[in-house]
Design a binder for this molecule. Structure first.
Ligand code: MSP
Length: 512
């Protein structure tokens, strides 16, 4: 088997509870991971929590507990929300894990020993919530250019990483590899940022105790971003189990939000180059979600917990909505109306209703037994052809992380199937005994389309896919029916018994 497909999410700060914005990357990464597993690939999907930093230390202080106690308590909310959202991560990294601490210390020591790290005085601004250093010229009206919040003046002796020495090489890599930073618009931003000239990066903090101590100066702790980025290699045993590390690294995809792209597309590649490690294949910066037109924030109290939506709409609808409604690279706005509208028309109607209609007819006209197809007629071919094209579209759109396009293609297929159900009018065929062979064929074709639809939606809606599979009489997990074999037409076995179940997506009435 080839290299493991390795996909990561950012590791989330434990200063706050997860909300639909933070869950967005994780749901997307999960669909990608599941798709690659479906193709029979070995996958390593990593997520976790970023537990150091001043921001977290302050949250703990406000709560009157130690940062470690705070992190231990907060991490449970992340673990729980990912379980609820059916997230299939292979490992969950915490930056307070002793293994991570050890890898991070060894990594920084190596760079220090080879002269890539030196001591100097940092004088400038620091945004605590963003954990970012800013030069006076970068501030916007005296505030953090990233989040608009107040910044604090720092003047302290810090260790610096010679980022400037790697600027040209990073730029060259980005230019020679057009797919390295995506989407295009973000890639251009990164290129112009580097062209303005990179300054060396402070990578330690003095007078802070919550962080990984520098192995060569115990009076300082590692800058939280330097520590955090290393999670991508510590989780897979860099420096500890080299064969394992090499079977997984480099990452195929780092999925990140647009505001943290700079760290991933500039600092991280420079750190890897300094350590002599290969660079990740792709870094994708997705857009930001607003709620009813507003930025989510603690002060506005408008952050939505994924639990609330899962309680009302179910986990599959949740996953479907966020990946269908928004174009991954762009900002988007969450609204309850669009969620209800998509739920009712696309899930309850186009998919759920299709499944129950077809299965009801098989029960009624064929006693719940999957009939044997008996000869094709003009118009039947479209199903197989469309399904083939749809699987090709799925592959192409997954390559560019166009999740919404993957789903749009699947729904075009469902439209064709729904039309076929209407046009072949099994209820009329059933009235004429001489049409029995045709009725067998028509029902078989419809059932086979449901099987294919289940395979297609599996990365997005694993529960619904499994339920469809079971209602078709399928045994075992659908996830073990790998692509491309499972995409072939005609795999559903005649003679099997279907097992109708409750509606997959019961309609939701709009709130009065
Ligand atoms: N700890 C750092 C990441 C370190 S990765 C080595 C961090 N954490 S975070 O919790 O603040 O953000 C994590 C991710 O959530 C980021 O990718 C960020 O873009 C994403 N989101 C947070 N709010 C969001 C929205 N409202 N919308 C979409 N994504 C958002 O940054």
């Amino acid at each position: 088997m080839g290299k493991t497909f390795y996909v990561t999410t950012p590791i989330y700060y434990v200063n706050d509870l997860p909300h639909i914005g933070t869950a967005y990357t994780t749901v997307a990464a999960d669909a990608l991971a599941r798709y690659h597993r479906l193709k029979g690939e070995k996958v390593f999907f990593l997520t976790g929590t970023d537990e150091h930093g001043q921001h977290v230390a302050r949250a703990a202080e406000r709560a009157g507990v130690t940062p470690q106690e705070w992190a231990d308590q907060m991490v449970t909310h992340f673990v729980e929300v990912w379980r609820r959202l059916n997230i299939s991560n292979d490992f969950f990294i915490r930056t307070t894990d002793p293994k991570h601490v050890r890898v991070a210390q060894e990594f920084i020591q190596k760079l220090y020993d080879q002269g890539d790290i030196y001591l100097d005085v940092y004088e400038g601004w620091y945004c605590v919530p963003d954990e970012s250093f800013w030069l006076p010229s970068q501030l916007v009206e005296g505030r953090c250019p990233q989040c608009g919040r107040e910044v604090e003046m720092l003047q302290e002796e810090n260790y610096f990483f010679r980022l400037s020495a790697y600027g040209d090489k990073v730029l060259e890599h980005i230019q020679n590899n057009p797919d390295f930073v995506q989407p295009e618009i973000r890639r251009n931003e990164v290129i112009s940022f580097i062209r303005q000239g990179l300054t060396d990066q402070s990578i330690s903090r003095k007078n802070l105790t919550w962080g990984i101590p520098l192995p060569f100066d115990s009076s300082q702790v590692m800058y939280v971003w330097f520590d955090a980025l290393l999670n991508y290699v510590s989780a897979i045993d860099y420096g500890m189990d080299q064969p394992r590390f090499e079977s997984i690294w480099p990452a195929d995809w780092h999925l990140v939000g647009k505001e943290i792209l700079r760290f991933h597309a500039i600092i991280w590649p420079a750190m890897l180059m300094a350590a002599g490690l290969p660079l990740p294949g792709h870094i994708y910066a997705h857009g930001w979600l607003t709620v009813e037109g507003e930025k989510m924030s603690k002060s506005k109290g408008n952050a939505i917990s994924p639990h609330v939506l899962v309680d009302e709409f179910g986990v599959d609808a949740y996953r479907y909505y966020f990946l269908r409604e928004f174009s991954f690279g762009y900002d988007g706005n969450f609204s309850r109306e669009t969620l209800v509208a998509r739920y009712n028309s696309e899930l309850a109607n186009d998919l759920g209703n299709l499944v129950s209609r077809v299965l009801a007819m098989v029960d009624r006209y064929r006693g719940g037994v999957i009939p044997e197809p008996r000869g094709a007629e003009e118009g039947d071919q479209v199903l197989e052809e469309t399904s083939k094209l749809t699987f090709q579209d799925i592959e192409r759109h997954f390559q560019s992380l166009s999740f919404n396009e993957v789903l749009a293609s699947i729904w075009s297929f469902l439209k064709v199937v729904n039309r076929y159900v209407d046009e072949t009018a099994a209820w009329d065929l059933n009235k004429d005994p001489s049409k029995a062979p045709r009725l067998d064929t028509v029902l078989y074709n419809q059932l086979e389309c449901l099987r294919l639809a289940a395979v297609m939606i599996q990365p997005f809606m694993p529960d619904a896919a499994q339920k469809i599979w079971e209602q078709l009489g399928g045994e075992g997990p659908l996830s073990s029916c790998y692509l491309p074999a499972s995409a072939s037409w005609g795999l559903l076995e005649p003679g099997g018994r279907i097992a109708r179940g409750p509606a997959l997506f019961p309609r939701i009435e709009a709130r009065k």
